[in-house]
Ligand binder design. Structure first.
Ligand code: AMP
Ligand code: ZN
Length: 493
């Protein structure tokens, strides 16, 4: 179904720092590149949050009927320990510490990455290219930048010439930093490095004799810089100008700023129209990260195996928990917060489970089209999942009204409602309902409440109002509401 024409999508573009109406380059098609993981250790929950944010964006674009080519790379070489271009390669370092081949490290953590993303129900990208698989293309991109005069070779390494680039372009457009000013005040690096100035970044690094990860090139046996691969692979699969590039907020600078510089230097124009950045997941108020150890691993949450956690949480509950915060806001992880999310998730799933069993009436007293429009409005407004979830809970209220017969829906509206719930909850948010769980759960709970109503009717007949009120009040404390009418007592929760 193609419905994107009815949905003017507003996307927050980090380049303008504003929400903009999304207009793809080619009508009906979207090219989206997301910076993938550096596969030198297990992904943590923070990484999952960022990839989940783009999973929602991908799912919604697909739902709207766009033909999406979604490219997410695997960084298997070139990401140095210090993002500012120095230190060891992260993968080579890990290989040295574990006495393994670098490609064994890459294989182990790529498998882990896929396994985790599958457990958390993230859709695979259309293409998942690796940096090592695109060495020739990277060398060509670097040569092109040298030919255009924006890079220079020095002692077998190649550096991007930020000073030269800044004469023609604006270095700092994305991170909105005054990089030119910093440049003017920066001292030349007297012999400490092959770089002409501090801001320059490596496109190619000559490998030391002991460095295992090395490839031949016109300049030296070496390896590409971290930023080179994304420029190379995004343009190879999506063209020299494409629609969306995304990643975590921490990639804005230097990584994405450098990608813009490389793109403009080689083609003369900006490579990407919309830059999207997902915000960080924090733990104890600090960014989750691999290197600091301040993190929770996805498998730990599934097993409840981390001192922060009081119990295990399913992948779907974790997903729901994360989607309660908008992707551009910082989110702090806490056991209390995910416990509360689990309650909400159970309430939603129980309601959805009972929706399929409802019988239609001969007319409608609820505005389903209006409800659906609000759900779309939330997603069209920069993929606002927390607002969507609040509308889904309004849907839960509807379901309870239908159950206790204080509202009715015609057969057409009931089907429309069922379809809407299923689209938003399962297709777009990617939540899953474990089959059978909510059935037996809901049946047992409903049976127990009916038994309590029977007992209450009996004690009321015996004029034991203290006990009958106690039953009603205790149920109310559990958010189970009894509704007395002349004929019968119904309930909702
Ligand atoms: P890396 O493997 O370190 O390159 O990270 C993979 C992705 O996860 C990148 O888009 C990062 O921006 C993102 N990321 C890293 N730490 C966090 C965090 N604490 N919360 C959310 N995203 C993160
Ligand atoms: Zn990248």
């Amino acid at each position: 179904m193609t419905i994107y024409k009815d949905h003017p999508l507003k996307i927050y573009n980090s380049l303008s720092n504003e929400k903009e109406i999304f207009t793809p380059i080619q009508d009906g098609h979207v090219g989206m590149y997301v910076c993938g993981p550096t596969v030198y250790s297990n992904v943590h929950l923070g990484n999952v949050r960022t990839f989940l944010s783009f999973d929602i964006i991908y799912r919604y674009l697909l739902h709207l009927g766009y033909k999406v080519r979604y490219v997410r790379n695997i960084t298997d070489v070139g990401h140095l320990v210090d993002d500012a271009d120095s230190g060891e390669d992260k993968i080579a370092k890990r290989a040295r510490l574990e006495q393994l081949e670098p490609m064994e490290i890459v294989q182990r953590y790529t498998v882990d990455f896929h396994d985790i993303l599958q457990k958390f129900n993230l859709l695979p990208p259309s293409i998942e290219p690796t940096a090592t698989g695109h060495m020739i293309e990277q060398i060509n991109v670097i040569q092109n930048i040298i030919d255009k005069g924006y890079a220079y070779e020095s002692n077998g390494s190649v550096y991007f010439d930020v000073a030269k680039y800044s004469e023609d372009y604006d270095y700092g457009v994305l991170s909105h930093r005054d990089l030119i000013h910093t440049l003017d005040n920066s001292r030349p690096l007297d012999g400490q490095s092959d770089k002409r100035n501090e801001q320059g970044f490596a496109l190619w690094k000559r490998a030391d004799p002991h460095h295992i990860m090395r490839w031949p090139s016109p300049w030296s046996d070496g390896f590409p810089g971290w930023h080179t691969e994304c420029t190379t692979m995004s343009t190879k699969y999506l063209g020299q100008r494409f629609d969306i590039l995304g990643g975590g907020m921490d990639l804005k600078f230097p990584h994405h700023e450098c990608e813009i510089a490389q793109g403009e230097a080689s083609t003369g124009h900006a490579p990407v129209n919309y830059w999207l950045h997902a915000n960080m997941l924090t733990l104890n108020g600090k960014k989750m990260s691999k290197s600091s150890g301040n993190n929770i691993l996805p498998d730990e949450i599934l097993a409840g195996d981390n001192p922060v956690l009081s119990k295990a949480f399913s992948a779907s509950v974790t997903r729901f928990f994360m989607l309660q915060t908008h992707y551009r806001s910082i989110m702090d992880f806490s056991n209390e917060a995910i416990l509360a999310a689990e309650k909400g998730y159970d309430r939603l799933m129980k309601a959805i489970n009972s929706l399929s069993k409802l019988e239609p009436g001969n007319r409608s007293t609820l505005d389903i089209a209006g409800w659906e429009a609000k759900c779309y409005e939330a997603l069209d407004d920069d993929f606002n999942t927390p607002i969507l979830i609040s509308h889904l809970f309004e849907g839960v209220t509807y379901i309870n009204q239908l159950k206790d017969k204080s509202a009715i829906l015609s057969a057409t509206d009931l089907e429309h409602f069922n379809k809407g719930i299923s689209t938003f909850v399962f297709d777009v948010l990617g939540l899953e309902m474990r089959s059978g769980v909510y059935d037996s759960y809901a049946e047992k709970l409903d049976g127990t409440i009916k038994l309590l109503i029977e007992i209450r009717n009996k004690v009321r007949a015996d004029r034991n109002f203290t006990l009958s009120d106690q039953i009603r009040n205790r149920l109310a404390e559990l958010a189970i509401k009894l509704n007395d009418s002349k004929e019968e007592t119904t309930f909702n929760y």
